[in-house]
Design a protein around this ligand. Structure first.
Ligand code: NAD
Length: 298
């Protein structure tokens, strides 16, 4: 049987590290603060924002939640982001994606102070990741995947890692992290996507597969070689008649047929999902650590 890499357990560890750092900040009279902005009433986004806010409060972070109507204009949103940029009680800013169609998301991201961009989407932070500049912010989900590999003792150096998906949120930053020098990096990375020909011929060469496709149970046993490590980023709702909610969550990997071939694999739920929020807390503390000395010198 493969090793089940528990994101729930590793996330608890990350949050315990965060708690210790928050206590140290508080002893200095500083409370790290995160502002989360939600525009519209998309139920999934609402659920994410609520859980981020709750996690902040549980940890004793200063948490501000701005829930704005769908009719919010670009100018109003820009004004709010600028206000949060200037607020000394706020160290991290996150604008929940995707915003309504009339909002130019790229302009909003560019307006966030890169020093408070805990999602790691600002062009400055994208560049810092490519440059391997440790002062930058890396998107939370791929950072969480890397931490899972490190904690599970999976050797990435020299391994062939195949990333499926090229989104700015998961696939691209994941590839950059895996190819960077250092722990959880130094891999030989192949990035595949919707235009890739004969996906299986590539994924079957992989020692490590990161699946971020957004299609329920897409990756089958035939795509995976014996002894591979599989990190399943996917979160997909599929109908489950007869269950209380009427749906269940499945990953991008057909777990039941893939797991028996693997050396290690993440489950869904309880894999990458809990890591994303834990790494958001970690990024917020990093922002606070970097901003506070800057303020005290001002
Ligand atoms: P996306 O739709 O932006 O990107 C999907 C990628 O999959 C694209 O780059 C596309 O080229 C690739 N793809 C599509 N069909 C393919 C095919 N047939 N073969 C190879 N590649 C193919 O999605 P995303 O935002 O990167 O998210 C991917 C998945 O991860 C989704 O299930 C999403 O819900 C999940 N996700 C989870 C978390 C978390 O916290 N666990 C965070 C972000 C995203």
């Amino acid at each position: 049987m493969p090793t089940l890499i528990s994101g729930t357990a590793v996330a608890e560890k990350v949050l315990a590290e965060c708690k210790a750092e928050i206590a140290a900040f508080k002893a200095r009279g500083i409370t790290p603060g995160l502002a989360v902005v939600l525009i519209g009433d998309d139920p999934a986004s609402r659920a994410y924002v609520r859980s981020k806010d709750k996690k902040c409060k549980d940890l004793g972070l200063h948490s501000v939640k701005h829930e704005l109507p769908t009719t919010t204009t670009q100018a109003e949103l820009i004004a709010l982001v600028k206000q949060l940029n200037a607020d000394p009680a706020i160290h991290g800013i996150l604008v929940q994606s995707p915003p309504p169609k009339h909002i130019d998301e790229a302009e909003i991201v560019r307006t966030i102070d890169p020093a408070k961009d805990v999602d790691g989407f600002h062009p400055v932070n994208v560049a810092k990741l490519a440059l391997e500049d440790p002062t930058g912010f890396v998107p939370c989900t791929p950072l969480g995947c890397q931490r899972l590999l490190i904690d599970a003792g999976i050797e990435t150096a020299g391994a062939h890692a195949v990333v499926i998906g090229r989104s700015m949120i998961v696939g691209k930053p994941m590839a950059l992290l895996l190819m960077a020098k250092g722990p959880g990096g130094d891999a030989t990375v192949t990035v595949t996507h919707s235009r890739t020909r004969d996906l299986g011929s590539i994924t079957r060469q992989a020692d490590i597969i990161i699946a971020a496709i957004g299609r329920p149970e897409f990756l089958k046993a035939e795509h995976v070689k014996e002894g591979a490590v599989v990190i399943d980023v996917g979160i997909n709702r599929v109908e489950a008649p007869g269950t209380e909610k009427g749906y269940k969550l499945v990953g991008d990997v057909a777990f039941d047929e893939v797991a028996p071939k693997c050396r290690a694999i993440t489950p869904v739920p309880g894999g990458v999902g809990p890591m994303t929020i834990a790494l958001l807390m970690q990024n917020t503390l990093k922002a606070c650590r970097q901003i506070v000395p800057r303020l005290s010198q001002a």
